[in-house]
Design a protein around this ligand. Structure first.
Ligand code: IVH
Length: 695
C-alpha cells in the first residue's frame, strides 16, 4: 500500500537527458550568435544577451561537469599549456605556391599562357575561368574536423609535417569548434590565420602600456601567438581566419561532397560557417586577372588586413586535376606579389627636420632600400619618445615600412644585429637651422624650435602654407623657389612676397624672365582673396580651413577677430579653449599684427562686411569623403559646396562616414565605402543631396 502511495507521490524520475539537451541547445544558440558576430560581422543580439546565455551555460556545466566537452563555447579560453608543440604529419601535404613578381600585366599573362599551353588549348579556345583571391599575410593552417568537431589544428611546417597548435586555435572565435549538420565526416579546411591591422595596433598599444614587447607587424604577432605553448597568451592576441582550400575530405563515393569548382567549394565552406574573404572573385582570362591585381592593389591600404599579393587559381577542379603538380607546387595556381611594404635596411645616421610649427622631427638616413615600390633613403622616427620606445640607434638594421603615399617610417629594430656600443640619439638643444633654443612643452611628445619666423625652416614652411592652393593660391610659388628666395634672403616676412620685383626674381638661378613674370602675375592675382582664405593663410596654430571659415562667418571683419577676447572667440562654432588661446596669442604678438598691416598695405584685400548669411545647414553633422574625378566640379568646388551646407569633408572613409562622393578612377576609398556599406553618390547624387532632393 505504502509502496503504491509512494509511487504516486514521488516526483517524476529525474530525466538525466534534460540538462544535456538544454546544454546542447544553449551551445547551438551561442555558436549561432558567435558566427553572426565574428564571421559575418552582423551581430543580431546585444552583447548582454549573449553574456547572459553564456553564463547560463557555464552554470549548467558547472553543475554537470561530466557534460563539459572541449568544443563548448565556454572552453574556448582554456589556458592549456603544452610542453612543446607536437609534430603532425599532414595526410594531404600543404603545398607552396609558385610566385610571379613581374609587372602587373606580365605576371598574369605568363600564368594564363602556361595554363593554356599545358591544357593544349589554342587561341580559338575560350578564356579560362579563374578564381582570384587576396594573398593573406599570415600563416597557413590546417583545421581537421571529424564528425563536425574540431579535433586538430596544425601549422604548415615543411609541408609534410607541421606542429599541433589545436589548444591555441581553439581560442580564435572565427574558427568554429563544431560544424552544423550535413558536413562530411572527415573535413580538413586550409586557410590563413592572421591579425587585423586594427587589432594589431590595439595589441601593441596595450603591450606598450604594460611595458611589454611590441610586435613589428601583424604577421609576426600572429605567428608568435599561434606558436605559444600557453593558450591563455594566444587568447589575448586577437586572431582572425580566412578559409581558402581543402586538405583531406571524405570522398564523394563515401558520402562526401562533389564539388565542380573551387569557387563552389569556397561558397560551401562559407555556408558551413568558415570566414571566406569578400574580395574573392571569378575572373575570365588574363585580362580580368590583371584588372583584379590592379583593383586589389589600389585598395590594399584600405583593407583591414595585410596582403602581400593576390593568388590566381584555375576554377574547374577537373582542370586542376589535369594540370597536376610540379614538385611541391600546383600548376593550377600562382601567387602574384605586390612590392613589399616592409624591408630591412641599415640606419646610417639620424638627422632632424624643422617643420612649419617648429616641430623637430628626427629622420633616419637609410642605406637605400626598395620598399612600397620606390627607393627610400629617409624614414621618419616621429619624435624622441618613439626612438626610445623602439630602441633605435645609428648602425642598427631596422624594418622600414612604406604603405601607399604614407611617409616611410621605421617600425622596429631587427634584434641581435648591433655590434659594439653605439650611443643613444640625443635631441639637439639648439635648432640646426637657426640656432634658437629647442624646447619640449609639458605633456607634449614633440620638441620645437622657439625661433618662430626668425627660423628660416619655419619661414619657408610658413611661406609655402601661405601660398598654398587653398590659402592664398599663389601659382608657381613652390618648394624650390621658396628655398631660393629665403636662402638668398630676398624674403624675410610674408609681405616681402608682394614687394618682389622682376630684377630680384631674374637674379635667381634658373629663373627665366617669362617664369618671373608669371610668378609676379600670380602674386598680383592672389591679392584679391576672401577673409577665410587669408585667415587660414596666416598659419595660426590650430586654425585650419574649417575654423577660418567659422571665424569669418561669426565676426565678419578681420579687426573684430584680431581684437576678440578668448571668451568672444569661444562663442564661435567649434572653437574650444586651445584654439581660442592660440588665436589670442597670435594676435597679441606685435610682429604678427605688423605682418597683417603690411599685407593690407601691399594691396591684399577681401570683401568685408556684415556677418555673412549662413547657407541652410542641411548637411550639419554629416561627414563626406570625396574620391576620384568628378565630371564637372573640381575637388575644391565640391568641398566648398559641401562645407557651406554644414558637412565635414574628411580624407578617409570609416564607419562614421555619412556619404562617399565618387568620380572617375575612384580607388581604395570607394572599395572601403562598399565594404563598410557607406552610401556612395556620384556628382549628380551629391547635387541632389545639396538641393535637398537627394538621399
Ligand atoms: S592556396 C595549393 N590561397 O601563401 C595552393 N594560399 O601557398 C595552396 N596564402 O603559406 C595555397 N593566401 O598560407 C592559397 N588565398 C590564398 C592564400 C594562400 C595566403 C599563403 C599560404 C602559404 C603561401 C603559399
Amino acid at each position: 500500500m505504502t509502496d503504491n502511495l509512494d509511487l504516486f507521490s514521488a516526483p517524476a524520475p529525474v530525466d538525466i537527458a534534460q540538462p544535456a539537451i538544454k546544454i546542447e541547445a544553449l551551445r547551438d544558440q551561442l555558436n549561432h550568435w558567435a558566427h553572426q558576430y565574428y564571421v559575418l560581422d552582423e551581430p543580431t543580439v546585444p552583447d548582454a544577451e549573449y553574456d547572459r546565455v553564456f553564463r547560463e551555460l557555464q552554470a549548467l556545466e558547472a553543475a554537470h561537469p561530466d557534460l563539459v566537452t572541449p568544443d563548448s563555447p565556454t572552453q574556448r579560453v582554456i589556458g592549456a599549456v603544452m610542453e612543446g608543440l607536437a609534430p603532425v604529419r599532414h595526410t594531404v601535404p600543404m603545398l607552396s605556391i609558385h610566385t610571379e613578381t613581374d609587372t602587373e600585366a606580365t605576371g598574369a599573362q605568363a600564368f594564363d599562357a602556361r595554363v593554356r599551353r599545358e591544357l593544349g588549348l589554342t587561341e580559338a579556345d575560350p578564356a579560362i575561368e579563374y578564381v582570384a583571391e587576396p594573398k593573406f599575410d599570415g600563416l597557413a593552417m590546417s583545421l581537421r574536423y571529424e564528425n563536425g568537431r574540431l579535433v586538430q589544428a596544425a601549422t604548415r611546417g615543411d609541408g609534410e609535417v607541421g606542429e599541433d597548435v589545436t589548444h591555441n586555435i581553439r581560442t580564435i572565435r572565427q574558427i568554429p569548434l563544431t560544424l552544423r549538420e550535413g558536413v562530411p565526416p572527415l573535413l580538413e579546411v586550409r586557410g590563413e590565420v592572421y591579425m587585423r591591422r586594427a587589432d594589431f595596433d590595439a595589441l601593441n598599444e596595450r603591450q606598450r602600456e604594460q611595458g611589454g614587447k611590441t610586435f613589428v607587424n601583424p604577421r609576426n604577432a600572429a605567428a608568435g601567438a599561434v606558436r605559444q605553448l600557453d593558450s591563455s597568451i594566444t587568447a589575448q592576441r586577437p586572431l582572425s581566419f580566412f578559409a581558402y582550400g581543402l586538405g583531406a575530405i571524405t570522398p564523394p563515393g563515401e558520402g562526401g561532397p562533389q564539388f565542380r569548382t573551387h569557387f563552389e567549394m569556397l561558397q560551401t565552406l562559407k555556408s558551413w560557417g568558415f570566414p571566406v574573404a569578400a574580395q574573392v572573385r571569378i575572373a575570365a582570362g588574363a585580362t580580368e586577372l590583371v584588372a583584379f591585381h590592379q583593383q586589389v592593389g589600389a585598395s590594399r591600404d584600405a583593407l583591414p588586413y595585410d596582403i602581400d599579393g593576390v593568388v590566381y587559381k584555375v576554377n574547374r577542379l577537373d582542370l586542376q586535376r589535369d594540370l597536376g603538380f610540379k614538385t611541391r607546387e600546383p600548376r593550377w595556381a600562382v601567387a602574384h606579389k605586390y612590392p613589399a611594404q616592409e624591408m630591412a635596411t641599415r640606419i646610417e645616421g639620424i638627422d632632424v627636420q624643422v617643420g612649419r610649427t617648429g616641430k623637430i622631427t628626427p629622420v633616419a638616413r637609410l642605406a637605400p632600400v626598395f620598399v612600397g615600390g620606390v627607393t627610400v633613403t629617409n624614414a621618419t622616427l616621429h619624435n624622441l619618445f618613439e626612438i626610445r620606445k623602439k630602441g633605435v640607434r645609428v648602425g642598427d638594421t631596422v624594418i622600414v615600412r612604406r604603405a601607399g603615399d604614407v611617409i616611410p617610417e621605421v617600425v622596429g629594430v631587427m634584434p641581435g644585429k648591433r655590434t659594439g656600443y653605439v650611443p643613444n640619439f640625443r635631441m639637439p638643444t639648439a635648432c640646426p637651422v637657426c640656432g634658437s633654443a629647442v624646447v619640449r612643452e609639458k605633456g607634449e611628445a614633440n620638441h620645437r624650435c622657439t625661433g618662430g619666423l626668425f627660423c628660416a625652416a619655419q619661414r619657408k614652411e610658413a611661406i609655402l602654407h601661405f601660398a598654398a592652393r587653398r590659402a592664398m593660391d599663389i601659382e608657381g610659388l613652390g618648394d624650390k623657389l621658396v628655398d631660393q628666395l629665403v636662402d638668398a634672403n630676398v624674403i624675410r616676412t610674408l609681405p616681402d612676397l608682394y614687394r618682389l620685383g622682376l630684377t630680384s626674381l631674374i637674379a635667381l638661378e634658373r629663373m627665366a624672365e617669362k617664369s618671373a613674370q608669371n610668378v609676379l602675375a600670380a602674386l598680383e592675382k592672389s591679392k584679391q582673396t576672401t577673409l577665410p582664405r587669408f585667415l587660414f593663410a596666416l598659419g595660426i596654430r590650430h586654425v585650419g580651413e574649417a575654423t577660418a571659415k567659422d571665424l569669418a562667418r561669426h565676426f565678419g571683419v578681420l579687426d573684430a577677430i584680431m581684437d576678440a577676447t578668448e571668451e568672444q572667440l569661444l562663442a564661435v562654432n567649434d572653437v574650444g579653449p586651445i584654439v581660442a588661446k592660440a588665436i589670442r596669442t597670435f594676435f597679441e604678438q606685435p610682429h604678427n599684427r605688423e605682418v597683417v598691416e603690411q599685407l593690407r598695405a601691399c594691396g591684399v584685400a577681401w570683401p568685408e562686411g556684415p556677418v555673412a548669411e549662413r547657407a541652410p545647414q542641411i548637411l550639419a553633422g554629416k561627414t563626406v569623403v570625396l574620391t576620384g574625378t568628378l565630371p564637372t566640379l573640381s575637388r575644391d568646388a565640391a568641398k566648398d559646396m559641401l562645407e557651406a551646407a554644414g558637412a565635414k569633408v574628411a580624407g578617409s572613409v570609416s564607419k562614421k562616414t555619412s556619404y562617399v562622393v565618387a568620380g572617375a578612377e575612384a580607388g581604395s576609398k570607394l572599395a572601403k565605402a562598399e565594404e563598410l556599406g557607406v552610401p556612395v553618390l556620384d556628382e549628380a547624387g551629391m547635387l541632389a543631396l545639396l538641393a535637398g532632393t537627394g538621399a
